[in-house]
Design a binder for this molecule. Structure first.
Ligand SMILES: [Zn+2]
Length: 325
């Protein structure tokens, strides 16, 4: 009896540590029926190799272009024809040192691209892995989007809002005790809609209508905008924000709330990166197929080194309170 209670408490503690609510997550939508483009492990491996070396193998040590392919392992090794260095196509990607099949990974990427993504609990059920494994896979994908986002600056006609994340859009007039200050910035399409979007959380500023000040807006611009090529307009006043961008921060809240119910503040920035990153991948709209989007996400995954579980858990917790998501 004692052991069982202890085990339950341990699980609760793990879920809290992971920062993702598990309630309201049992709906039985059959995600298995979504068509998968890569039907076997070989197809996944070949797609990954093609993405890693689009113009053919290049030795990472001496840049020699010829190699011998060694197929005795689950993932083939490539031996350089000059320096004999052996390398795996997984090195330097988010799949490095994974014990899972690439089919499970590709499936996770496909499900991550669903309009509102997928929770770790659902993913664990669909691809038959533990909750912890699914949670780590999704965070590795989020980390990839965050790193890719950080490599690109906003450039052109740029709008920057001093906003809040976590307010009920239909009850905007009431201050929300858990709303967190965010700086949101975007470039614009020809029709004035947000194109490339970045949302940065200021986790130390929560509740009581607290928003980023002018200094914090300037800091966001310094870090995220190519000021030499941009015309930047800041909106520091709560009643005079750039409306399409404000709408988008509300959409982020709606989308993340629908999938994850409630999120702790520890990983909230990663979830915001997930929202803006996925939105970016879907921007080409109907012109682009689901497979093209998957390949775009895959190209990010092969250019970002995986973050470890211990690094994820060690992220600094900026506030002891949980953010309302
Ligand atoms: Zn070599």
């Amino acid at each position: 009896m004692f052991g069982r209670i202890f085990l339950q408490r341990t699980y609760v503690r793990i879920f809290i540590e992971m920062g993702e609510a598990i309630m309201g997550d049992s709906s039985d939508t059959d995600l298995q029926i979504i068509n998968s483009f890569y039907q076997n492990e070989e197809a996944c491996i070949e797609a990954l190799i093609a993405m890693k070396w689009p113009t053919g193998f290049v030795c990472p040590r001496c840049a020699y272009p010829r190699c011998t392919r060694l197929t005795t392992r689950r993932i083939p090794l490539f031996e350089c024809g000059r320096c004999m260095h052996q390398t795996s196509p997984l090195v330097g990607t988010i799949f490095e040192r994974t014990h899972l099949s690439l089919m499970k990974w590709f499936r996770a990427l496909e499900l991550f691209l669903l309009p509102d993504g997928i929770s770790a609990m659902r993913l664990s059920q669909v691809i038959q892995v533990t909750y912890k494994t699914a949670w780590l896979m999704l965070h590795k994908i989020r980390h990839t989007l965050g790193e890719s986002d950080a490599r690109v600056l906003l450039s052109g006609d740029v709008k920057v809002n001093s906003d809040q994340y976590g307010r009920n859009p239909s009850r905007c007039q009431f201050p929300h005790p858990h709303a967190t200050a965010v700086v949101a910035g975007c470039t614009l399409t020809e029709s004035g809609e947000p194109e490339l979007v970045k949302i940065r959380l200021l986790p130390h500023k929560r509740g009581d209508g607290r928003r980023p000040n002018r200094l914090e807006l300037d800091e966001f611009i310094t870090r995220n905008v190519d000021v030499r090529t941009s015309a930047v307009q800041s909106f520091p006043l709560a009643f005079r924000l750039y409306t399409p961008l404000r709408k988008l921060v509300r959409e982020a809240w709606d989308s993340l709330k629908s999938t994850y119910v409630a999120l702790g503040s520890k990983h909230l920035q990663a979830y915001l990166n997930e929202f803006t990153g996925r939105r970016q991948l879907h921007l080409a709209g109907t012109k682009e197929t689901q497979q093209q989007r998957l390949l775009k996400l895959l190209s990010m995954c092969v250019s970002v080194t995986a973050i470890s579980y211990h690094k994820l858990i060690a992220r600094q917790l900026n506030s002891p309170l949980a953010a309302a998501a």
